[in-house]
Design a protein around this ligand. Structure first.
Ligand SMILES: Cc1ncc(COP(=O)(O)O)c(C=O)c1O
Length: 359
């Protein structure tokens, strides 16, 4: 096909978690449990739902292109300034904005080989070279990344915690890494799952944004339960933010998403309940997997990477036939692994029941 840019021809599309409705329709099932996209199993924050209802009355108008109220709430929440925030149509979009804003076409991007696939897809769709450094014990190998830095390196993506392994780099490791990092290389810390952290040595990444070469990504899609509305944000030094603001589309975050996100941010009760359900569910799943003799990677996020010791795509289809959607890890290069999102108590129990049956 001559019409298409060369780098698009070889691009592999992102395969998303299978939707519940599609599974019901295709398999004629009534009850389907989705544990495939690390969403919040409790639904959305009730305060966010209320805010959306109110905001519905205004959808004949364009959204606030500056996201004034949401940025003001974020600034208060993090004790920063509104000028430290860029809003995105999910943090996905901000990955694209960051690359377009900062990486020249002849510069390169570094990340891990087994990590959030969008770093690679978006880099390549923009015609930027991406170097994938192998994980070490399922964890980002910062020493190996350091050795890969050269004159062409412009940007490093670290998913912390890492999707799909659930592992994390510690405060000490990031500090040490930052000390050796040239100021003309940007470090993006993608903290999509930070609300689920249950360890003490997770990095205090906000402390690094003053240096001017760190961007933090966060999202309302996971713990806040707003994946369907699409709202994420970047936190960075105000000068970096001002350049990203030039690149993003003016109405990238719709008015319902802005209203919902601003309300969800203050819904401490919902967030606390979400954490409780996820941490309890994690304990239950660990215990069951251990009993079954299945190996898994210890996770600080709301999902678990499990070694099922057989082809994960065939396994995925078998689970699907019983109404359980998991994520097979073939596209991540882990052909014997699945990733399971921690669900409600009932969902986790059903998952284990079907898992036993299928194995
Ligand atoms: C590490 C990581 N970053 C970013 C995202 C994108 O989230 P969203 O675009 O919904 O904000 C995801 C979603 O799965 C993720 O796992």
């Amino acid at each position: 096909m001559k019409l298409v840019r060369r780098n698009i021809l070889s691009l592999k599309p992102y395969i998303a978690g299978k939707p519940i409705e599609e599974t019901k329709r295709q398999l004629g099932l009534k009850d389907v449990v989705k544990l495939a996209s690390n969403e919040n199993p409790l639904g959305a924050s009730p305060l966010a739902l209320k805010a959306v209802k109110h905001a519905l009355l205004g959808i004949n108008r364009y959204p606030d292109s500056q996201g004034f109220y949401l940025k003001r709430k974020l600034a208060r929440h993090f004790n920063l300034y509104p000028s430290n925030f860029v809003l995105g149509n999910g943090s996905d979009e901000l990955i694209d904005v960051i690359i377009k804003t900062f990486v020249e076409t002849d510069e390169s991007i570094i990340t891990a080989d087994i990590t959030f696939l969008e770093y690679k897809i978006i880099s390549e769709s923009n015609g930027r070279r991406i170097i994938e450094v192998p994980l070490k014990y399922y964890k980002y190998d910062l020493d190996a990344i350091r050795k890969k830095l050269d004159k062409k390196t412009k940007l490093i993506f670290i998913s912390n915690p890492n999707n799909p392994t659930g592992t994390y780099v510690t405060n000490y490791e990031i500090k040490e890494f930052m000390e050796g990092l040239p100021k003309d290389i940007l470090l993006v810390l993608d903290e999509a799952y930070d609300a689920f952290i249950d360890v003490d040595d997770f990095p205090n990444s906000l402390g690094h944004i003053r240096g001017g070469n760190v961007i933090i990504l966060k999202t309302f899609s996971k713990a806040y339960g707003l994946a369907g509305l699409r709202a994420g944000y970047a936190i960075a030094d105000a000068e970096l933010v001002s350049y990203m603001e030039r690149v993003r589309q003016p109405f990238n975050v719709n008015s319902l998403a802005q209203a919902a996100a601003a309300a969800a941010l203050e819904d401490r009760k919902f967030l606390a309940r979400t954490r409780e359900v996820v941490l309890e569910g994690k304990g239950f799943l660990y215990a069951q997997l251990t009993k079954m003799g299945l190996a898994y990677v210890s996770s600080v996020a709301n999902f678990i990477l499990i070694d099922i010791g057989r082809d994960s795509r065939a396994f995925f289809r078998r689970m699907l036939s019983y109404g359980i959607i998991v994520r097979d890890m073939k596209q991540y290069g882990l052909k014997n692994f699945i990733r399971v999102t921690i669900g409600t108590k009932k969902e986790n129990e059903k998952f284990i029941k079907i898992l036993k049956k299928v194995l």
